[in-house]
Design a protein around this ligand. Sequence first.
Ligand code: SAM
Ligand code: DTB
Ligand code: SF4
Length: 328
Amino acid sequence: MSTADGTIRHDWTTDQIVALHELPLLELVGRANAVHRLHNDPNKVQKASLLSIKTGGCPENCAYCPQSAHHREVEMTRDKLMDPAKVIALAATAKTAGAERFCMGAAWRQVRDGKGFDAVIKMVEGVRALGMEACVTLGMLKPHQAKRLAAAGLTAYNHNLDTSPEFYGRIITTRTYEDRLETLATVRSFGIELCCGGIIGMGETIRDRASMLHVLATMDPHPESVPINALVPVEGTPLANRPRVDPLELVRMVATARLIMPASTVRLSAGRSALNREAQVLCLIAGANSVFYGDTLLTTPNSGIGEDAELFAAIGEPDRACMSASAA
Ligand code: SAM
Ligand code: DTB
Ligand code: SF4
C-alpha cells in the first residue's frame, strides 16, 4: 500500500482507500492526526452557521431527505424563499455568536433565473459585506448562474456526491451522478471553492464509502471543503428506519478523508447531535476541523449552542456566544 504521508495526491485508488479505512482504529486516528497537523492548525475548528432559505417541496426524490416532495408522509411546513434582509440579519447574529461562515440551503432541484435567484445574489453580497465566508447550496447550476454567484463574492458552493457512483441509484433516481459532477465542474470553472462530501449510514458498504472518497480525492484540486454527514433518519422518508451509525464509523470516515485530502476542511456535519462530547473530540483529533454551529441544521436539530459552548470550553477554544452570555 502506498503511504498516506501528507503529500497531496490525486492518484488514490479505491483499494488503497479501503485499506486505510480498515487500519486498526488507533493506527488510523494516529496517522490521520499526524497528517492533519502537517497541514492545518490542530486547535482550530471553524464554526459554520446553516440556514434553510427555502424549505421543503423539492421535486428530487433523495431517499434521505425530509424536504423531498416525494415523501408525502414527512411532516414538514413548506416555506417560500426568505427575504434577503431577514437572512442577512440572521447572518449578523450568527457572526456575533462566533460563526465565521454562513451557509444557505434551498430545496431546489436547480437554480432558475428570476426574482428568486436575484434575492439569493443579494443574500450572498450581504453576507460577504459582514466579513463572513458565504456558501450556498441550490441544486444544479448553469455557467451563467455560477458566474453571477462568483461576481457576488460567493466563497463556496455546496453540492454533495452523497454516496458512491455504484450506490447512487438506490438513493436518488431523479438525477444522475453525472449531473452532480457537471455542476461541480461548472462551479470550479468560475473559481468558486467546492464544498462536496456525502452521507454515511444509508445502507452502503465500506467499499461504497471508499468509492465516494475516491471520486473526491481524485479531483484536482481536492474540494476545499468536505462535509461528512451521518444520516439523520427522518420519519416519513424511505430511510426512516435505518439505524444510527456507530460514532466510531464516523471517526473512521473522517480520518480516512483527512489522510487522502490532507489540506481540505473536513466538516463534521449532520448527525453530530447524536454524538457525545468525547466522540466529537475523537472526530476532531481524527482531522475534522469544522462543525455546523447553531440549534438547527436545515430542518433537523443540531447540537445546541449550549452543548457546543461546553465542547469548545473542553477543547480550550474560547466560545464567543458563551462569553457574551456570561457578560450579559
Ligand atoms: N437541494 C440541494 C442539493 O441537494 O444539492 C441543497 C440542499 S440538500 C438538503 C444538502 C445536503 O444535505 C444533501 O446533499 C445531503 O448530503 C444533506 N442531507 C439532507 N438530508 C439529510 C439527512 N437526513 N441526513 C444527512 N444529511 C442530509
Ligand atoms: C451538508 O453536507 N450538510 C448540511 C449542508 N451540507 C447543507 C445539510 C445537512 C442537512 C441535514 C438534514 C436537515 O436538517 O434537513
Ligand atoms: Fe431536494 Fe436537495 Fe433534499 Fe434532494 S437533498 S430532495 S435535491 S433538497
